[in-house]
Design a protein around this ligand. Structure first.
Ligand code: NCD
Length: 311
């Protein structure tokens, strides 16, 4: 597969990424990290403008893209909450994007609850579009920071045994991370979830095509000590009916005392936000790496912005 990460490219799906794309971004993220952590600065995006349009709530993705752009010397214009834009008057997100695209941003980051919305936005906009989450479908830049985090922990991705746990059906981070991992050798994915929340068929089909080994479990204790990483996800309340949520709420929770019962505890990752599925007492474990994971998002997004802007 030919690299899809170049100047002006849209980033819509983790299926676009080749192994060398991911490795190149990781190397670049590490270089950028070294510069910033030693007090240096890059000022390469001067006169470049990023437009961030989040039609669904976000903390980390929105703010880390904004921080990343500003730290590279660029500027950011944010759509702001629905109440202050013409969305409140009934304007469609498509019309909003078409209009802002005509102001000539250099990069557009978009999140929307509708699966496929990022692709639609890329068709409407001249500027390169980055998918920051389209409904349950995908979240490709989260997959980049997740893989980057695993690489930092193990100095490799090949051969890792990764447990993906929780809402595997509606979590877009699960599909994108599975696709990104499928580029590496000898990966095993352990899908751990209540039966109703198994990954979607389209995700499994890709893993089959790419000959990735995966297994299903309902409880993590069945394979905990085999895992290198346990990646926990939140129940995607906004993507299910209230009765489904009530039925599944609390059906899986990782706590300190639960983990302390195992001889080997894997590294614990989570895309955040967490609710009840990962209790704050887990933060005390040396294996808890989700806040570092979030920080890695800053550097990998800086690397991605630099690449897409051709700087
Ligand atoms: C995730 C998302 O938006 O899909 N959050 C994030 O971007 N870090 C996970 C979630 O909301 O559960």
């Amino acid at each position: 597969m030919v690299s899809s990460l170049h100047r002006g490219a849209d980033v819509i799906s983790a299926l676009q990424f080749t192994r060398s794309d991911i490795e190149r971004l990781i190397r670049l993220a590490e270089d950028i990290r070294r510069i910033y952590e030693s007090g240096g600065r890059l000022d390469i995006a001067r006169n470049k403008v990023m437009f961030t349009a989040f039609f669904e709530p976000s903390t980390r993705t929105r703010l880390s893209f904004q921080f990343a752009m500003i730290k590279l010397g660029g500027a950011v214009v944010d759509l702001g909450p629905e109440e202050v834009s013409s969305m409140a008057k009934g304007e469609s997100p498509e019309d909003t994007l078409r209009t802002v695209d005509s102001y000539d941003p250099d990069i557009i980051v978009v999140r929307h609850r509708e699966p496929g919305f990022a692709l639609k936005a890329a068709e409407i906009c001249r500027a390169p579009v980055i998918n920051a989450g389209d409904g349950y479908n995908e979240h490709p830049t989260q997959a980049l920071l997740d893989v980057y985090t695993m690489w930092r922990l193990f100095n490799r991705v090949d051969g890792l045994k990764v447990g993906l746990m929780g809402d595997l059906k509606y979590s877009r981070t699960i599909s994108s991370l599975s696709y990104a991992l499928s580029n590496f050798y000898d990966i095993t994915i352990y899908f751990i979830s209540p039966r109703e929340l198994k990954p979607r068929e389209e995700v499994l089909r890709v893993l089959d095509q790419r000959r990735v080994h995966y297994e299903f479990y309902e409880k993590p204790e069945e394979i905990m000590e085999k895992l290198d990483v346990l990646y926990v996800t939140r129940l995607q309340k906004e993507r299910m009916s209230p009765s489904e949520y009530e039925r599944l709420k609390g059906s899986y929770t990782v706590t300190y005392s639960y983990l302390a019962g195992f001889k080997k505890i894997p590294f614990i990752l989570h895309p955040l936000p967490r609710v009840w599925e990962l209790t704050p007492d887990v933060d005390a474990l040396p294996q808890a790496h989700y806040f570092e994971q979030a920080k890695n998002g800053l550097y990998i997004r800086m690397a991605l912005i630099k690449t897409i802007l051709g700087l």
